[in-house]
Design a protein around this ligand. Structure first.
Ligand SMILES: C[S@@+](CC[C@H](N)C(=O)[O-])C[C@H]1O[C@@H](n2cnc3c(N)ncnc32)[C@H](O)[C@@H]1O
Length: 765
């Protein structure tokens, strides 16, 4: 299992290396010290940075309903002077929301008139959104935001007067709010919270398919009401139109992950890339007759990736003011954007070639069959997966080429680096869940202003995809600073949105890290230690060094009352002693361990154990006590499940030379303890943890040829840590042991082993 190493000091003092351990799994837990919640707060759908005001304030997007309440008080004038009627901050949303006027009349009950007015409302909305999108796409993105805002202002007034005209000429107050598009509805405001995470299965079902959307009127397994509403819908639709609506009860929205459908918030499917979204989640007030296309498909956009995470696929909308964020992302990926000036022509050619290569790598849809060309999210799995791995690809290619001009990856971000007119895109999910983004029009949701999003930092690594760059959010659990891309969390079903506030007036967007999603109980615990980034488990061997025990006198050591441990659960500690430990540690039951982990859990991610250990103060039940093996040993006073992290080996981290020097000092010094035992643990080729003078309790862990623990090295914010995990269940009163894996020595001083296990190798070396 281990590859032993051997260290010699200059003056001949033997330093044996032992304890070579191999990492069991890879992956990472990204835990950072900053306690910033992934919250969104602000007014009328403006998603503000959490740094504004009170950081602990809950996430807040004031939804349309609240704005509409304001409009109830204020929106009956014949004129449409927003400045007079509404606070500046509210006017856009109020007037852009074509239902604003209707909500001034929300008390009457005629269903018929409501439906009638809904269609008026929808017509206007669709006019607005289509017109708005079209204009926006024809404009460059430099002044996109201000242009958009101006347009919105202008249109607001236009629509408002249109609206008012219609409302007043028809004089039919509406019985219910016909709103399809507010963020509020993403979470079914007023009905229930959707704080549950959406499962991976569900989310993956939302991923684009190359098959046409299913129309199954009699879908089995869905809730009755869903089926009923689907049927109502399908009945109203002509066959062609019907294909836009997703009747499949197993279909889920790409944005919220929900499968619920109702008359005013249908689940619709892009006729080209087949993504499915709720109307409310994508800002579609009215589904056009015939085919419906998502924004990238409508605008012929190819190879698009999200400016906030760098990944393609899913439901996307326009990204406004994305220059800085894109720059940050490219920087994190080591792409020199300036190099474009040097060789723009050849770069464009290379990219064109790459594009061709890319498209030829998978079956393309017949262009004649499609009204628009194919975006990234319609690509076959292999290509899409290749793109998902984009940062890595870039990395590799960057390293091999060392020049951005040779980058063999084409997407909207790299293309944007060469050509500022290239449109940039953002996942709806990233736009909603990333703090600091802003949705200028929460009704159409046609764009997100991403200029306020936290800038991608090269040193921040997503704990899920392991990639640097991209805007990450932080686990919502207090004291947990694990970071991840919202998109990656979405794929794993780790995102939540919740209706909040006394009157359900706001929506919070959150995410939980894998650990807290699977162990919600950990939420209550607080971590006194500042857990930082557990980047990855090093796949290198590690070893501790020791001179070995010289005294080897068993006299004076306490011996096992029931015989030496044979690697089983023999208790070496008298019951009274054990009781005392349990009493001191305040444990009611000595078998009160953490919930048992399955083998797959253990293998799945042992890094999360580190975070859990820290959070649960896993060291509290460990006791230093006289050992039957050597001098003092480390014992547990409670049951430890297989796979649990037991203890961390803490000490001073020193270089090889210092370690060698110290070793000589310890050997020639006066302290018998330092002479007879070595407290070095080698982390890698250059570094050693010296726990001789300063160290934690793990320094007392003795060697056994049949150990109950295994040591591993993990990296915490680029700092390597040595941690011991239980290899099997460990019972209260058992000594904690691991295999030192000393180098075997035929000659020289052999160190007898006193572990007494049945398979004892008799010597440590
Ligand atoms: C890190 S210390 C372990 C704690 C030590 N028992 C103490 O009281 O400080 C490592 C030293 O313990 C001794 N040791 C550990 N396991 C042993 C074993 N199975 N047989 C003999 N000596 C052992 C060796 O001398 C080794 O250098």
């Amino acid at each position: 299992m281990a590859e032993p190493t051997h260290v010699h000091t200059k003056d001949g003092v033997r330093c044996r290396s032992f304890g070579c351990m191999k990492a069991l799994s890879s992956g990472e837990v990204n835990i950072c010290s900053r306690k910033v919640r992934p919250v969104v707060c602000g007014k009328y759908g403006e998603i503000c940075n959490e740094l504004i005001g009170d950081v602990s304030r809950p996430a807040k997007i004031v939804p349309l309903s609240r704005i509409l309440k304001t409009s109830r008080r204020d929106t009956l004038p014949n004129t449409c002077d927003s400045k007079q009627t509404f606070p500046d901050e509210l006017k856009k949303t109020i007037f852009c929301g074509s239902d604003a006027g209707y909500n001034g009349f929300s008390n009457l009950k005629e269903e018929k008139s409501a439906i009638h007015h809904s269609s008026i409302c929808n017509e206007m909305n669709v006019d607005l959104s289509l017109e708005e999108d079209e204009k926006m796409f024809t404009n460059g993105f430099d002044e996109e935001n201000s242009m958009l805002e101006k347009k919105l202002d202008h249109k607001s007034k236009k629509n408002c007067s249109k609206l008012n005209r219609k409302v007043f000429t028809k004089s039919k107050p509406k019985s219910k709010e016909i709103r399809k598009r507010s963020l509020c509805e993403l979470t079914d405001n007023g009905k229930k919270s959707t704080s549950e995470s959406f499962s991976l299965v569900k989310i993956s079902k939302c991923m684009p398919k190359m098959e046409a959307g299913k129309v199954s009127k009699n879908a089995v397994g869905s809730k009755q009401n869903i089926r009923a509403s689907s049927e109502v819908n399908s009945e109203k639709l002509n066959p062609e139109h019907r294909s836009l609506y997703v009747m499949d009860s197993d279909a889920f929205c790409c944005v919220c992950g929900g499968s619920n459908k109702d008359e005013i918030n249908c689940l619709i499917e892009c006729s080209r890339c087949f993504i499915k979204v709720h109307q409310a989640c994508y800002g579609v007030s009215k589904v056009p007759k015939g085919h419906w296309y998502c924004r990238p498909c409508r605008t012929n956009s190819r190879d698009i990736v999200c400016v906030l995470c760098g990944y393609g696929g899913g439901a996307m909308t326009c990204a406004l003011r994305s220059r800085t964020i894109v720059k940050g992302l490219l920087k994190a990926w080591n792409i020199e954007t300036d190099s474009r000036h040097k060789n723009a022509v050849s770069s464009a050619q290379i990219m064109e070639d790459d594009l061709n290569m890319l498209h030829s790598s998978g079956p393309m849809l017949e262009s004649s069959m499609l009204p628009v060309s194919r975006p990234v999210n319609t690509e076959p799995l292999s290509t899409a997966a290749w793109k998902m791995d984009f940062p890595n690809q870039l990395d590799v290619l960057q390293k091999s080429s060392g020049n951005a001009n040779n980058v063999k990856v084409h997407n909207s971000i790299t293309a944007g680096a060469f050509d500022s007119t290239v449109k940039q895109w953002v996942h709806m999910v990233c736009g909603l869940w990333t703090p600091g983004t802003r949705c200028p029009n929460v009704d159409t949701m046609s764009a997100f202003d991403v200029s306020g999003a936290s800038h991608p930092k090269a040193n921040v690594v997503c704990s899920i995809c392991n990639r640097p760059g991209g805007s990450c959010i932080q686990c919502r659990v207090v004291n947990c600073s694990v970071k991840f891309h919202p998109w990656c969390a979405h794929q794993k079903g780790l995102l939540q949105s919740e209706v909040e506030g006394a009157e359900n007036e706001s929506v919070g967007f959150y995410g939980r890290c894998v650990l807290h999603a699977t162990h919600p109980l950990c939420e209550s615990g607080s971590d006194p230690f500042d857990i930082e980034v557990v980047c990855s488990i090093e796949k290198e061997f590690t070893c501790a060094r020791t001179e070995g025990y010289k005294g080897r006198k068993r006299d004076g050591f306490w011996h096992n009352l029931h015989g030496q441990s044979r690697g089983k659960s023999a208790c070496l500690v008298p019951q009274e002693q054990l009781n005392a430990w349990i009493h001191i540690n305040g444990q009611k039951s000595s078998t009160n361990g953490l919930p048992k982990l399955t083998v797959s859990d253990v293998e799945y991610d042992c890094r999360k154990e580190y975070a859990r250990y820290k959070q649960m103060k896993g060291w509290k039940h460990l006791v230093v006590y006289k050992s039957g093996i050597h001098a003092l040993g480390l014992y547990t006073s409670r049951f430890i499940s297989r796979g649990e992290m037991v203890v961390e080996y803490v000490g001073e981290i020193v270089g090889l030379r210092v370690a060698d020097k110290r070793e000589i000092e310890y050997q020639s010094g006066r302290k018998l303890q330092y002479k007879s035992a070595c407290y070095f643990f080698r982390i890698d080729k250059e570094h050693i943890i010296d726990a001789t003078c300063k160290g934690g309790i793990a320094r007392f862990v003795n060697h056994s040829c049949l150990p109950n623990c295994v040591a591993k090295v993990i990296s915490v914010r680029n700092e390597k840590k040595v941690v011991f995990f239980a290899e099997r269940d460990i019972y209260p009163g058992e000594e904690i042991t691991y295999d030192y894996h000393f180098n075997h020595e035929d000659e020289g001083k052999k160190i007898p082993c006193f572990c007494n296990s049945k398979n004892c190798r008799r010597y440590l070396n």
